[in-house]
Design a protein around this ligand. Structure first.
Ligand SMILES: *Cc1c(COP(=O)(O)O)cnc(C)c1O
Length: 236
C-alpha cells in the first residue's frame, strides 16, 4: 500500500464499509482530499483517479497549486484558519470554506465574492471540546452566527465542520460526532424552511476517525494522511 492509487482504494473501501455498517448510501458521503503540504503533481494524479474535491489550509500554498492545476475542474475547499487580510483571495478562489467561526469573516467573504460567481458554500466550524488552540464556535454560539450568515447575500450556509480532540475509542468518537449531528438537526428546525434544504452538510472525520464520523452522519470526510502518506514539510 504505497502508491496513491492503492491508498485511494483503501480509503474508498473504508468509506464503503462504514456506510454499509451505518446503513447509509455510499454516494451520500463525499471524500475531500486534504492536500496541504502535498505537491500539485499528486493532486493531478488523484484527479485522474476521479477525486475532484481538494482541501487546503494555507492560502499562499493553495494559490500556487491552483495556478499549476488551472486546467483541471477541481472543486477547492478552504479548511484552515482565516485571517481577515486573506478573505478576498479565499472568497474568489475557492468553492467552499469550512472554517468560518466569526461574523466579521463571513461578512468579508460575502462582500468580496465576485458577482459573477455562484454563492460561496460555507460550513460553520464548531469547537466541540472548547479547545482554546482551535477555531470554531461553541454549541451555544452556533445559532446566532448561523442566522447572521444566512442573511449574507453571496454565501450559502451548508452545514457544520468539526475537528474533535482525539478520543480513546470508537464509541467516544461516535459520541462527539453525534453531538455535531444533533446541533445541525437542531439548527435545521430553527431556520426558515427556505434555508433548510441547503443545510445538508456535516464535514467531519479524518484519517483516524472517519468510520465514527460516517456512523454519525458525516457527508464530507476530510482525509489527508491516509491518502497521501505523511505530510512533507511543516508549513511556515
Ligand atoms: C490536516 C487536516 C485534515 C486531514 O487530517 P489527516 O489526519 O491527515 O487525515 C482534515 N481536516 C483539517 C481541518 C485539517 O487541517
Amino acid at each position: 500500500m504505497h502508491n496513491l492509487h492503492d491508498k485511494l482504494i483503501k480509503v474508498h473501501d473504508r468509506l464503503q464499509d462504514a456506510a454499509e455498517t451505518a446503513k447509509r448510501r455510499p454516494p451520500s458521503i463525499q471524500l475531500l482530499a486534504v492536500s496541504k503540504t502535498q505537491p500539485a503533481s499528486k493532486i493531478r494524479e488523484l484527479f485522474q483517479y476521479g477525486v475532484v474535491q481538494f482541501g487546503e489550509n494555507y492560502l499562499q500554498e493553495a494559490l500556487e497549486k491552483q495556478q499549476q492545476l488551472a486546467d483541471l475542474a477541481i472543486e477547492w475547499h478552504f479548511i484552515g484558519p482565516i485571517q481577515s487580510n486573506k478573505t478576498l483571495a479565499i472568497a474568489q478562489n475557492f468553492n467552499w470554506v469550512h472554517s468560518v467561526d466569526r461574523f466579521k469573516i463571513a461578512q468579508r467573504l460575502s462582500s468580496q465574492r465576485s458577482e459573477e460567481q455562484s454563492p460561496l458554500n460555507i460550513c460553520i466550524q464548531v469547537n466541540t471540546d472548547s479547545e482554546s488552540t482551535k477555531g470554531g464556535v461553541s454549541f451555544d454560539e452556533l445559532e446566532t452566527l448561523a442566522i447572521q450568515v444566512l442573511g449574507l447575500p453571496h454565501l450559502r450556509l451548508r452545514g457544520l465542520m468539526a475537528i474533535p480532540a482525539p478520543r480513546q475509542n470508537y464509541t467516544a468518537q461516535v459520541a462527539v460526532f453525534k453531538q455535531v449531528q444533533t446541533a445541525l438537526e437542531h439548527l435545521r428546525q430553527r431556520v426558515p424552511e427556505y434555508n433548510r434544504n441547503e443545510l445538508d452538510t456535516l464535514s467531519m472525520g479524518m484519517s483516524g476517525d472517519l468510520e465514527a464520523a460516517i456512523t454519525a452522519g458525516a457527508t464530507i470526510i476530510r482525509v489527508g494522511t491516509d491518502l497521501f502518506g505523511s505530510r512533507l514539510k511543516q508549513p511556515n
